[in-house]
Ligand binder design. Sequence first.
Ligand code: ADP
Ligand code: MG
Ligand code: MG
Length: 903
Amino acid sequence: MKWVYDFSEGSREMRDLLGGKGANLAEMARILGPELVPAGFTITTEACVAYMNGGGEAPSGLDEQVDEALSSLERGVGKSLGDADDPLLLSVRSGARVSMPGMLETVLNLGLNDVSVEGLAARTGNERFAWDSYRRLIQMFGDVVCGVPGSSFEQALRAARSAKGVEEDTGLDARDLRTLSDGFKRIFEEETGEPLPQDPREQLRRAINAVFDSWNGERAIAYRRINGIPDDWGTAVNVEQMVFGNRGERSGSGVAFTRDERTGEPTPSGDFLINAQGEDVVAGIRNPEDLHVLADLMPEAYAQLRAVLSGLERHYRDMQDVEFTIEEGRLYLLQTRNAKRPAQAAVRFAHDAVDEGLLTPAEALRTIDTDSLEALLHPVFDPAADYTPLTTGVAASPGAAKGTIVLSAEEAIQRAANGESVILVRPFTEADDVAGFHAASGILTSEGGKASHAALVARGMGRPCVAGASEVVVDETANAIRVNGTELKAGEPIAIDGSTGTVTVDDVPLVQPEIGREFQTVLSWADELRRLGVRANADTARDAARARSFGAEGIGLCRTEHMFFGEDRGELVRRMFIAAEHWRRTHARARADQDDVDSSEVAAAEEEFRTAVDHLEELQRRDFTAILHEMRGLPVTIRLLDPPLHEFLPLEHFEARVRELEEGGDDAVLERARRDAEVVSELQEANPMLGTRGIRLGILYPQIYEMQTRAVMTAAAKSAGVGDAPRVEIMLPLVAYEAELRQLRETVVDAAEKAKRDAEVDVPYSVGTMIELPRACLIAERIAHHADFFSFGTNDLTQTAIGLSRDDVENSFIPAYLDRRIIDRSPFETLDRPGVGELVRIGMERGRRANPGLVQGVCGEHGGNPESVRFFAEIGLDYVSCSPYRVPIARVAAAQAAIADDE
Ligand code: ADP
Ligand code: MG
Ligand code: MG
């Protein structure tokens, strides 16, 4: 087995075997030349895996191969490890397949001992440098290899500085550092019970094992959990000749980005420290200087660095993050990797790289991390503002909002109706709070995480949300919240930043980002390259306008129930359902030919329903007209009523009404209220989410779907009249049986045709269905005969395919499943490809088989999740529909999928 590769044998493609750092050191040595990259070799990740599997024993052959590689390194540089007069010193560095910054270990200056430190001093004529290097070795070897607490060394160092009266380590001279090294050795011996190993080859062996072991350190394990990195990858170990930034005033160490790492501006940025080794730059003992000071201090090295930076960027075709050291004016590169960057910098780089002719638009799009983009689209706390955080929670839905505290959905609606900006604060949220969400500018909860109901709904509506802020205690009786002893009454101001999870009572200014010119350009490239359409989920004219401005090519889901939850509509909706149910019952009894029902009773029930519905129909028509106007010329998919009955008919409401009337009220009215309460109690279901909802409502109460169809079609006729070119698609939810759709399609078409005749305008429309039950996917071929389009509702499909209730998962077993790695992500955030994804594929293919012209899209939350979007593009759906804010993200993700597919 080959465990060891010289830098000259590696390349960037060998990242899995050599780790990212090793692969890129080899690559840099090849493209920049060996004079710029210190020589060295890499021990493979496979060796680490073998070491772990062997219970901490080096696999056979490793020692010999390290010896060989070391000899050849010694020959190459003309120095040997442990040489008393001119010792070779080594750095021993970790390097996993993906960068895990700061999680794994490094040992520098390895190879020094009591003898060679004198040799190094004599040879370089720089005694201070030699002793500085030695004390660093003792410190790092002690800390990393032998577990001596780093603080004991730091304490001694601090003591040395204050004894000398200097602020920085650079103020210590050779004598001080020699004394310090003796002190460090004593600490080492006290803590470990052994003296510092003097044999350099033993130092090396133990350092290599320590780097292997750091893979299973607590920090590294935690990091892997959070980032979904497999435990069995292991880390490579790079053994490399040391170069010295601590040799004096013409030496130093730094980090550099090829462009500004915050803004993406095309000037390199970074930090630099004179007379220091790399660790000092991040350790924060000394304040690093701006990279550009090098221009004056060491103009030649600086010019060379800038040339190298742009060369690396050209070679890697991406922005780079580089570590370097300058030793007596000579530049060395110690690391390069693709730079992590915030959205703003990512967009700026993509834009400029094409402008400069560095990348093609397709290459530039690929450098963008779509997950980060959302930050560009919501208002945020002004980064320049000063404020004190009150508490923090989970950054559940991005964007910032300010407003007064309200503790209930009703109060949110009331205050918002008066033009007030409110923040809805709840322990957690439920379906009934939805209208309150809509009214609120932001949501704060003390329970739940990124996949909680609050988070999902907030993201869907584009409302900022901080969830799971566990220090927030909501006290509804006191009408106040308490946070660590601070009490805030409802009505007092608060501000939340859902991008960071921060909560404050300070009046922080919010800054409104817009899709800047550069982002527009980048998005236009994405539009040219992608094949997947992107629509938005929008229930109001305001959301529709936003969706359009973000580039949505239509509305893929307009939920009509949100129109039912509006301020003054609750009572109307309850009356409508009661009347519809009453009508249904009377009608059923009449049909059963029971002699106590006469036809006038049925007619009366129908009349009651019509009165209840008239006003609602008018309100819906107005809502639709406004939406169609915003979306002129683009398709708008309107979903007929979907939620479980109980959301419209809360039993408590009806019972409270009865109690109220019992206190004193008209007998007839009380009688009526009792009847209603009884009907509602009979309609209660044990599993509402699997109960009377979706098209089942339409089967029981076809009048309601008729009414909605009429409202849609008269709105469409009206917008056609003013030239808005409406394209309505009427969608029936939760179909399981083909006959459901066959029957109700007829109802809908009849109502639509009648509305057209009445309006004397011919407007085009289509009728389709949501596919969101496993049975519907399997019998999609039959369903497709009655549908002009399919829209996969992946939220419900996930619930029903896995048998998992979205509203409950968060607090029950899912955290344990994540912890035990049964799953690695919530299936409600990223589509479960093998299960739910396969159902979508089956449904799509079978649907297309029956009806080749079938338009097929997705309208679940997954439509805005980049990884899921890539899947939908791969299988060939026509479009995704997502929340307006996620439209630009979906455009980029869809383009990335097309680019990957073309390769
Ligand atoms: P990390 O992965 O934590 O960044 P590194 O392996 O990059 O750890 O090492 C940390 C620092 O040690 C580097 O940034 C560099 O400054 C210094 N270093 C590593 N190897 C060498 C070397 N061969 N010569 C001089 N300094 C080095
Ligand atoms: Mg590094
Ligand atoms: Mg659904």
